[in-house]
Write a protein that binds this ligand. Structure first.
Ligand code: ADP
Ligand code: TRP
Length: 330
């Protein structure tokens, strides 16, 4: 009874390499924090990943890796439907229908396409149509909220437009989703101060080993201010990163070290390293347990896939009927 009243939350993370703390604090952590409150769908968009991952072995490994990542951060497969997108080919069918309702100029405004163009990258039809498939992912399960980092907000807005376009033409079938963006972690900076991103090589991997964390933090460039000089902590990426891990008291103490001066960068870095390690190590160890038992992880994915496939089929029946494809029952 209670279950039915819950709103639906849906989100996903591409299998395209090791997740970093920007992915975690910007998006993934919200999924864990909110999983009890919502009926939750978390999935691995492997069709999306195919835009850049075009190697069988690499794809297979990446899918399993990200499934382990999600379980290790605390996604509870007993409560959450965890699945991979390619188990539900209906996503692609729905995306095709949405493609036909969308103009090129509309999609040309999407950030991912504009960025690729600006960088003179080759744009595949898949990349161009990326937000359409994402709209299908979201609308298929009547998601109310989609917790993502700020860079994905536009895509959720496109999904909302898509729901309107379809509903206006064919009658009410899709719910209008809302992006959930946590403002204080909307953009986590990388160790160089730019947005943390796999493509900028400025990340702290979420499951980094202790020595890797130590190396990365040690290399963060500081400035030439003296120990006694007062500094504004908000100007330093290392502080902004520390703040993600720190509790209120730790945060205040760190601010003081910058503001009052008297503490060297070496000492500050040590505190940051220890803090990050103490946060990451238990999660990393939990992940190692899953790597010892990949079969268990695959079983979870398979089970999730079955559940959503059935649900998607129900939705698609309605969609096919509305557009005029359902001349006789299958
Ligand atoms: P990347 O930019 O490293 O390739 P993805 O595009 O795979 O990351 O993003 C996965 C999720 O993490 C998305 O919801 C995205 O908005 C979020 N995210 C990525 N980088 C950051 C960041 N630096 N700060 C906050 N959220 C982020
Ligand atoms: N585009 C998202 C990203 O790069 C991944 C994604 C695909 C997604 N489909 C989605 C996220 C649907 C939320 C909902 O991170």
């Amino acid at each position: 009874m209670q279950e039915e009243k819950k709103q639906v939350m849906l989100s996903g993370v591409k299998p395209t390499g090791r997740p970093h703390i920007g992915n975690y604090f910007g998006a993934m952590k919200q999924w864990v924090d909110l999983q009890d409150q919502y009926k939750t769908y978390i999935f691995i968009p492997d069709y999306h990943a195919l835009i850049s991952v075009q190697d069988k072995k690499e794809m297979e490994t990446a899918i399993l890796d990200v499934a382990m990542d999600l379980l290790a951060i605390g996604i509870n497969p007993e409560k959450v439907v965890l699945y991979k997108q390619s188990d539900v080919p209906a996503h692609v069918e729905l995306a095709w229908i949405f493609n036909c309702l969308t103009t090129m100029p509309y999609l040309m405004r999407a950030h991912a396409f504009k960025d690729a163009e600006a960088k003179n990258k080759e744009v595949s039809v898949g990349l161009f149509s990326y937000p359409i498939l994402m709209a299908a992912d979201i609308l298929m399960y009547d998601a109310d909220v989609v917790p993502v980092g700020k860079d994905q907000q536009q895509h959720v807005e496109i999904a909302r437009d898509m729901a309107d376009k379809f509903n206006n033409k064919f009658g009410d079938v899709f719910k209008r989703p809302q992006a959930l963006v946590k403002e204080e972690v909307a953009v986590v900076p990388g160790i160089d101060g730019q947005k943390m991103s796999k493509s900028y090589g400025n990340t702290i991997p979420l499951f980094a080993e202790d020595d890797e964390i130590e190396n990365i933090i040690s290399k963060i460039p500081m400035d030439s201010k003296g120990i006694v000089d007062t500094k504004n902590p908000d100007d330093y990426p290392i502080y902004i990163i520390y703040k993600l891990f720190a509790n209120g008291t730790e945060d205040r103490e760190m601010r003081e070290m910058f503001e009052k001066g008297g503490v060297g960068y070496g000492e500050i870095k040590r505190i940051v390293i220890d803090k990050i390690i103490s946060f990451i190590a238990p999660m990393r160890e939990k992940r190692k347990e899953y790597t010892k038992n990949p079969e268990k992880v695959l079983k979870i994915l398979k089970k999730g896939g079955k559940i959503v496939k059935k649900q998607a089929e129900e939705k698609m029946k309605e969609v096919r009927k509305r557009v005029g494809f359902e001349l006789y029952s299958q």
